[in-house]
Design a protein around this ligand. Structure first.
Ligand code: ASP
Ligand code: MG
Length: 418
């Protein structure tokens, strides 16, 4: 058995969906559990629906949602699908919610709204695949993946979910070769929808791979494989044929948009190889990620834009004591902020983080009770694994270096354009 994950770009148009069907047909006779993301940029569109709703702009939220709805209805028609009831149920559920007034946290509503992207895409695609000789069973993954209620960053309940996989998913394969389900989403014990964070479908696929003990997992992307840098920023970026789990965990940790950071552990724990292949050119070998250590890697470059540097200093010029460091740490945890880089000085602490304005404001306000707080926005965090002096120079020339840290393998520099 294999697990496949197709991301939003692979199903962003009717032609691409037909292309995906062709890829799946090439695996005839094999057992496949296939995870799909939301189509194209639908998750971004749904995020806008959630923001408008939470800001009290009901009309805007409904009209933004209408566009998402229309997109799927058009697709549904183009695919000659028939079973409209399932789509309608999903639409209705969201529209009901949008008529309410928000009384809970933003993150809760975000998950209730945004989760429909993958439900809609999989309903459309499952039915289409049935008509092109890819008979499949569609599963609402919220009946399988139980999570806690840490909305937008939910944690899976491994024991409960494994039990559901055993009870529901495994027997399905007695009657079908293909099971289609959603990435990114799960549900709490109160049937509230949850998500694993943006790009979380890779992680969903890895959970299934682990629970089903599959022979391999393939992530189908629009690039030829994992590259050592973002080719949009660095035209000379190159494909890496082979990577170790460890290297990929490091890359993801530093913010490379290759694979969701939580994806590797479930695969590593069972020694399941991860293939990254190109849906536009399925014959290419792509990248294989496994236990094999990798040597002689080129410099791997990760750029994180929209970073905020926060400097907190003790007011009375006293040294930053351990208890104050701990205090700041608590505030970061409370606000669910993970610094991308941090450094302690004598009377001040520096840390950079993703610019999530609502969280940063809360954090800065709370920290200002104890410290002087300074914020510098619009910074860029550059990380280079397997660096050399030449590449550092190339990438930092003419820019201000606000903070930097270096180990044997990795250098990180927080930059600001002059
Ligand atoms: N649809 C979600 C996103 O765009 C999850 C995913 O694609 O992995 O972030
Ligand atoms: Mg995606």
């Amino acid at each position: 058995m294999k697990v496949f994950k197709f991301g939003g770009a692979s199903i962003s148009s009717i032609e691409r969906i037909q292309n995906v069907a062709k890829i799946i047909q090439q695996y005839k006779g094999e057992k496949l559990l296939i995870i799909f993301s939301a189509m194209g940029k639908v998750t971004n569109d749904l995020e806008k629906v959630a923001s408008a709703f939470y800001a009290g702009n009901k009309e805007a939220a409904l009209s933004l949602f209408y566009q998402v709805k229309q997109l799927h209805l058009d697709l549904f028609q183009q695919l000659n699908n028939q079973a409209i009831a399932e789509l309608s149920n999903i639409f209705t559920e969201i529209e009901w919610l949008l008529h309410d007034k928000p009384v809970r946290d933003y993150d809760y509503y975000y998950d209730q709204i945004v989760c429909c992207g993958e439900l809609l895409s999989t309903v459309c695609i499952s039915e289409y695949l049935n008509t092109v000789d890819c008979k499949n069973e569609w599963i609402d993954v919220r009946d399988i993946f139980r999570t806690d209620d840490n909305f937008r960053e939910a944690n899976i309940d491994w024991t409960f979910s494994q039990q559901k996989v055993n009870e529901i998913i495994k027997p399905l394969f007695n009657n079908t070769d293909i099971v289609i389900t959603q990435g990114f989403i799960g549900a709490t014990d109160e049937n509230e929808s949850t998500t694993f964070g943006r790009e979380g479908s890779d992680y969903s696929a890895a959970i299934f791979s682990n629970m089903l003990d599959v022979e391999s997992q393939t992530i189908w992307k629009d690039v030829d494989g994992v590259m050592n840098a973002d080719p949009k920023l660095f035209p000379a970026a190159q494909i890496i044929d082979q990577l170790s789990y460890l290297e990929v965990i490091e890359m993801a940790y530093y913010g490379a948009q290759v694979i969701h950071p939580k994806t590797i552990k479930p695969l590593q724990n069972k020694g399941i190889p991860l293939l990254v292949k190109c849906f536009l050119n399925p014959d290419l070998p792509g990248t294989i990620i496994s236990n094999q250590p990798t040597l002689n890697l080129p410099p791997i470059i990760v750029i994180k834009e929209k970073q905020v540097l926060m400097q907190v200093s003790s007011r009375d010029f006293s040294f930053v004591e351990d208890s104050l460091v701990a205090k700041l740490h608590d505030l970061l945890l409370e606000n669910k902020i993970r610094p991308s880089l941090s450094q302690n000085g004598a009377i001040s602490l520096l840390c950079s983080m993703d610019d999530r304005p609502e969280k940063i404001e809360k954090l800065a306000l709370a920290a200002s009770e104890f410290f002087d707080v300074q914020i510098e926005k619009n910074c860029t965090l550059l990380t280079i694994r397997h660096y050399n002096e030449k590449v550092i120079k190339e990438l930092t020339e003419g820019r201000i270096q606000l903070l930097s840290q270096k180990t044997k393998e990795t250098i990180q520099i927080l930059l600001k354009t002059k």
